[in-house]
Design a protein around this ligand. Structure first.
Ligand code: UD1
Ligand code: CA
Length: 502
């Protein structure tokens, strides 16, 4: 199994605390959803940041919340229940946010990772390198930086002649000379808690935005004669922030490229990386093939040599080795080894297909176990059922599971043949080796080996078309057929063909 998880970091260095700054409005997203909750690649932006910091095993993770705080709190409870949300009532700047966070953990000492909540491409390995550099250099503050083509809007890293970091200057406060600098502040820092606290107590809002900037901490510590350093990210993509939906789409694309590159390098065929989207939480086995238009989401895992797509979405599904899923939409389904799904199947939660089972065209399933080798090949709804092994469900069968008030279960034994267009009105059981007649409405149990027939006997109304639809093509065709039949009858009542021919 190949993991597209954030790179595991062996012997990860550690910090006393992680502080995520996530209180900002995210105005440029123009969204009712707080910026850090926008999803990409299977996690929220905030979720990616937390995942990058997780291997540090920090004693405490503080998340500063403000705009949309209720939603952010709810999200944290779901994805990071151990994190401590701390409210920044008024968004007075990143420095103020950091101060609010540190005030919530007054006894904290040692290194603290501070990170902007809008850095979804940040990798665990990059964070680990920053922390390790901070520790080995015995810095008071270490900032993650990157050399970028276009630094517009970002804080610039000001270094002195010998290359030491002296200050971070925001674009709007920068001189023309500083604006030409292409090394930028990633918004990811490791600082000694005591040193950062002391500097935060001294920052002011004397800048173009009138905010308390965390970035001013750096120059203050330099002024104190403390050791301050910068670590340049190996991959500048790691530090890209996300401020509007154009950037969100670009970050999503980058994240997806990374996931697909990892998968391809580990032995997965991705036929068309441009139309294949795989969440960071998904695993895919060797020699699996992902066809164009494949979307793998959430806790999905795809086994070795499995075949998915084209045009298939799998959410929280397990696809076992050698199985195939073609042009289908599947949610919370388990697809057994060598099983086949599609084209055009809709598998809903609780679907569990055994080894070699088949669900075919225009079939919907929900909360159903399909035993080894059993088949539901065409045009059926199968809900709340257990199907044994080697059984076949005829075309257009409906498992009638809902009586308008409650759901009921259908039990189908082994080697059962359910005739086409059978209605199985649950609760009902069809025993091992039993059959049902096509078109039956089965309301009571069919014992093992029996043929269940539940349909009106056929009645033919002779001559109905001639009488009721005279002159139509149907009537003419019927008349011609009757005439032919009449001629045949006359012939067979006369001498035999053999006699006349000889
Ligand atoms: C910030 C940095 C900039 C850096 C860039 C990287 C500052 C002053 N500048 O700029 O040097 O290049 O990130 O992306 O920090 N926040 C709060 N409370 C607030 C204000 C902000 O929690 O009162 C949070 C935001 O949610 C965000 C982070 O702090 O996650 C940074 O704030 P943002 O306004 O996005 O700063 P940038 O202008 O992007
Ligand atoms: Ca930002």
């Amino acid at each position: 199994m190949t993991h597209a998880q954030p790179d595991p970091v062996p012997d990860a260095p550690t910090v006393a605390a992680v502080v995520v700054l996530a209180a900002g409005q995210g105005t440029r997203m123009r969204s009712a959803t707080p910026k850090v909750l926008h999803p990409l690649g299977g996690r929220s932006m905030l979720g990616h940041v937390l995942a990058a910091a997780a291997p540090l095993g920090a004693g405490v993770t503080v998340v500063v919340v403000g705009a949309g705080r209720e939603l952010v709190r709810e999200h944290l409870a779901a994805v990071a229940p151990d994190a401590l949300p701390v409210v920044q009532e008024e968004q007075r700047g990143s420095g103020h946010a950091a101060a609010v966070a540190l005030a919530a953990v007054p006894d904290l000492t040692g290194p603290v990772l501070l990170v902007n909540g809008d850095a979804p491409l940040l990798r665990a390995s990059t964070v680990a390198r920053l922390v390790e550099e901070h520790r080995s250099r015995e810095n008071a503050l270490t900032v993650l930086t990157a050399e970028v083509e276009d630094p517009t809007g970002l804080g610039r890293i000001v270094r002195d002649a010998d290359g030491s970091v002296r200050a971070i200057v925001e674009q709007r406060d920068a001189t023309d000379e500083q604006r030409a600098i292409r090394e930028i502040n990633a918004g990811v820092y490791v600082g000694d808690a005591a040193a950062v606290r002391s500097a935060l107590g001294r920052i002011d809002a004397d800048n173009d935005q009138g905010e308390l900037y965390f970035t001013d901490v750096l120059a203050l510590l330099v002024g104190d004669g403390a050791r301050v350093g910068g670590v340049i990210a190996e991959d500048p993509d790691d530090v890209l922030g996300c401020n509007d939906r154009v950037e969100l789409a670009a970050r999503r694309r980058t994240l997806n490229d990374r996931v697909l590159d990892d998968l391809m390098r580990s032995g997965v065929t991705v036929v068309d990386p441009l139309t294949t989207w795989v969440d960071v939480t998904v695993t895919v086995g060797r020699d699996a093939v992902l066809e164009p238009g494949t979307h793998l989401q959430g806790a999905t895992s795809v086994g070795d040599a499995a075949h998915v797509g084209p045009d298939t979405t799998l959410v929280d599904c397990t696809v076992a080795d050698g199985a195939s899923v073609v042009r289908s939409h599947c949610l919370g389904a388990a697809i057994g080894p060598g099983a086949t799904v599609g084209p055009f199947s809709y598998l809903r939660p609780g679907t569990d297909l055994g080894r070699g089972a088949k669900v075919g065209a225009f079939v919907e399933t929900k909360n159903v176990q399909v035993g080894e080798g059993s088949k539901v090949p065409h045009l059926s709804y199968v809900g709340d059922a257990t199907i044994g092994t080697g059984s076949n469900i005829g075309a257009a069968t409906v498992f009638v599971n809902y009586d308008g008030v409650a759901k009921h279960r259908t039990m189908i034994g082994d080697h059962v043949r359910v005739g086409s267009d059978t209605m199985l009105v649950a609760p009902v059981t069809v025993g091992d080796g039993a059959y049902t007649a096509a078109g039956s409405v089965i309301t009571s149990d069919v014992p093992p080996g029996a043929m269940g027939v539940a349909r009106a006997a056929q009645r033919n109304v002779a001559g109905w078309v001639r009488r009721r639809r005279p002159g139509t093509p149907a009537a003419q065709a019927a008349e011609a057929a009757e005439n032919r039949a009449g001629a045949l009858r006359e012939e067979s009542s006369g001498p035999s063909r053999a006699d006349t021919d000889s």
